[in-house]
Design a protein around this ligand. Structure first.
Ligand SMILES: [Zn+2]
Length: 85
């Protein structure tokens, strides 16, 4: 699992942080070392055939088994809601 150090907490970006970092998924973890402000960990799961993001929700939709929920929403629903990125 690749790990990237970031200098400032970016909790305000929420899930949009993954679009800023151009990665599939991001989890922020608080660390005890005062020199470290935060860690971004990237976990690879199933790859969506449309957006190429590795998401745990790929295959959850019965009619679109190769898409993530974000793509299903963008193609067949009301579209995703982004706030910052
Ligand atoms: Zn997708």
């Amino acid at each position: 699992m690749p790990t990237v150090m970031i200098s400032h907490p970016t909790k305000a970006l929420g899930d949009d942080l993954r679009f800023v970092l151009i990665v599939s998924e991001v989890h922020l973890i608080q660390v005890s070392d005062p020199q470290q402000k935060g860690i971004v960990a990237i976990q690879h799961t199933c790859k969506c055939e449309r957006c190429w993001h590795y998401r745990q929700d790929v295959g959850q939709h019965a009619e679109h088994s190769t898409l993530c929920e974000r793509c299903v929403t963008n193609l067949y629903g009301g579209g995703e809601e982004r706030h910052y990125a």
